[in-house]
Write a protein that binds this ligand. Structure first.
Ligand code: SF4
Length: 289
């Protein structure tokens, strides 16, 4: 496969064929995100995509799923997306699931009928970055969205029956907005009712505005104990949410996961044990994005 730049995929796509159809992110402004800072957004030629599909047809027969990279493939026109999905089925007829990253802006640009057409073509799962449910934080990180626009986008995906995985970022409010970040994020997640919640933990990157603010002492990053308190508060505020809950990303200080609401008490107990020192945290040097 011919990958350009950093190719990032969600942890649950570890066993998928990663087909890179765009390079970078068309938005690329979030102040915490260093994933695609060194590349301009481009859409790969069909010839290149076909070459990768031929490779996958030969070498990836045991992989049943395809993840379309990079940052926000859903931003492509419907014509391109339909062609892309048709190509995947033509070259890899055994594929049972296609998924991609879709930000709120891209989702807003797709009507319900368009999403249903993609679903019929095999779009099974969309990974959406909420990051925070707090408007003040969303504005500060230049996400270009509000809590309300995020809820509308999430509900739209759930409304057409596509699996929605939503990511939020612990630590993104700093020490000052930690409590508000947890409470507002839980509120937005509750309103979205996603199929899966994935909590990551902020790791400052030198090539980002936020990383530089942290280095300059302008943004105070919560310590591991404060991150655990934030996670605990968020879980306690998730009301009537029925979904998979993952806080076991490589950036996490305490890898935990479960189903909500069934495992809410156990998840909170695990956090309390870690806070008391009874169970170890992931060492700083072992954390990664
Ligand atoms: S967080 Fe997502 S939308 Fe924001 S710059 Fe990174 S890839 Fe693009």
């Amino acid at each position: 496969m011919q990958y350009v730049g950093n190719v990032i995929r969600p942890p649950s796509e570890a066993d998928s064929i990663i087909l890179q159809v765009t390079v970078g992110c068309s938005y690329n402004k979030c102040t915490f995100c260093g994933a695609y800072k060194d590349v301009s957004f481009t859409i790969k030629d069909e010839a290149e995509i076909k070459q990768d599909l031929r490779f996958a047809r030969q070498h990836c027969r045991n992989q049943k799923r395809v993840f379309l990279a990079d940052g926000d493939v859903l931003i492509l026109s419907q014509k391109r997306l339909v062609r892309l999905f048709q190509l995947v089925h033509e070259y890899l007829p055994w594929i049972s699931r296609i998924s991609l990253y879709g930000n709120a802006r891209a989702i807003r640009g797709k009507s319900k009928d368009i999403l249903l057409e993609l679903k019929a073509l095999g779009l099974d799962r969309i990974y959406m970055g909420l990051e925070s449910g707090c408007d003040e934080i969303l504005q500060r990180i230049e996400k270009g969205e509000t809590a309300e626009s995020m809820i509308a986008a999430g509900r739209k995906i759930r409304g057409v029956g596509i699996f929605l995985s939503v990511t939020a970022l612990l630590g993104l409010g700093g020490i000052a907005l930690s409590k508000r970040h947890a409470e507002k994020t839980a509120k937005v997640l509750t309103a979205m009712a996603p199929s899966q919640i994935a909590m990551l933990t902020l790791i400052p990157l030198k090539n980002t505005v936020l990383g530089q603010e942290i280095q300059a002492g302008k943004f105070l990053l919560p310590n591991p104990q404060e991150i655990l308190a934030e996670l605990s508060l968020l879980i306690r505020h998730l009301q009537n949410v029925r979904c998979q809950f993952h806080a076991n990303h490589a950036s996490s200080y305490l890898p935990i996961f479960g189903r909500l609401p069934k495992d809410q008490v156990d998840l909170l107990a695990s956090i309390e044990m870690a806070k008391s020192g009874a169970s170890p945290l992931v060492a700083e040097h072992r954390r990664a994005l």
